[in-house]
Design a protein around this ligand. Structure first.
Ligand SMILES: C[S@@+](CC[C@H](N)C(=O)[O-])C[C@H]1O[C@@H](n2cnc3c(N)ncnc32)[C@H](O)[C@@H]1O
Length: 258
């Protein structure tokens, strides 16, 4: 395994409950399924790299695709197996156990920010996807709707920057795609998920440290990077009042030229 990737082994029990579960997967698949429809095979093979608990894989399977998934974490894979059966395997995204050009499409949802070498992973994906096949990337990099009067958004943005959430920003994905000779078919942003959250709610989520960006921070890093943002959240007016918030992710559809 390539050192430096973040396995989700330690969060498998809480993963679905803290990331929207199957409902999020269904919304997410609805965003990109049309980009996979032009693939010619009757039941195209879609490889999900970083399949996790199968929250994306199951809706994709239900949409008629032949879904296979790989992940570093056995505990996450066990849950994916409960959802899509024995179509999952423990493997590293940097060294995919698939022959050249053997799958019709690849999907990564919230994955390129946690792999050790995303440029290499994109090149590896470009190898296994067939000519004319597609690669859908859903970035973890978050887009908040600041215009809607969400006074938490600027602080959330600064926190994301501080803890490195922009590791898979679209400009970087484009650069990796270019180096791997993948063509950009589309770059959009997913439909916003609207929810109500107070500054106190946000602080509670951060302090639960369920987000992977917080797992390996030392106390000193926490004090330098995270605590100032927690203090800013707490200093907002009416910290217990829930605000309407909107959250979305950038999405790129790439294609291996014929
Ligand atoms: C944020 S989760 C996303 C899971 C799933 N795609 C979803 O949207 O629910 C990231 C997943 O990538 C996996 N992962 C991290 N580095 C990896 C690597 N080098 N190879 C394969 N999987 C990896 C983690 O174990 C984790 O399950």
């Amino acid at each position: 395994v390539t050192a430096g990737s973040v396995s989700f082994e330690r969060i498998a029990d809480q993963y679905d409950a803290t990331r929207g579960g199957l409902a999020r997967g269904e919304r997410c698949v609805a965003e990109f399924v049309t980009y996979l429809s032009p693939l010619a095979a009757p039941q195209p093979v879609v490889l999900e790299v970083g399949v996790g608990t199968g929250a994306i894989a199951l809706p994709l399977h239900n949409a008629g695709f032949d879904v296979v998934g790989i992940d570093l974490s056995p505990a996450m894979l066990l849950r994916a197996q409960e959802r899509i059966g024995s179509r999952v395997a423990a493997a590293d995204a940097h060294v995919l156990p698939f022959p050249d050009g053997s799958v019709d499409a690849v999907v990564t949802v919230w994955v390129l920010h946690v792999v050790a070498d995303p440029a290499r992973v994109v090149a590896e994906i470009a190898r296994v996807v067939r000519p004319g096949g597609r690669f859908v990337v859903l970035c973890a990099d978050a887009v908040y709707n600041e215009d809607a009067g969400d006074d938490l958004a600027p602080i959330a943005h600064d926190l994301d920057v501080a803890v490195g959430r922009f590791k898979d920003a679209p400009t970087l994905v484009r650069r990796w795609a270019d180096a791997a000779r993948l063509r950009v078919v589309s770059e959009t942003v997913t439909e916003a998920v609207v929810f109500a959250q107070s500054p106190n709610d946000v602080v509670a989520v951060i302090e639960s440290r369920t987000g992977s960006a917080y797992w390996d921070l030392t106390d000193t890093q926490w004090q330098e990077l995270v605590q100032p943002c927690i203090d800013r959240f707490r200093a907002l007016p009416e910290p217990a009042r829930r605000r309407d918030r909107a959250f979305a992710n950038p999405m790129l559809v790439l294609e291996r030229p014929l």
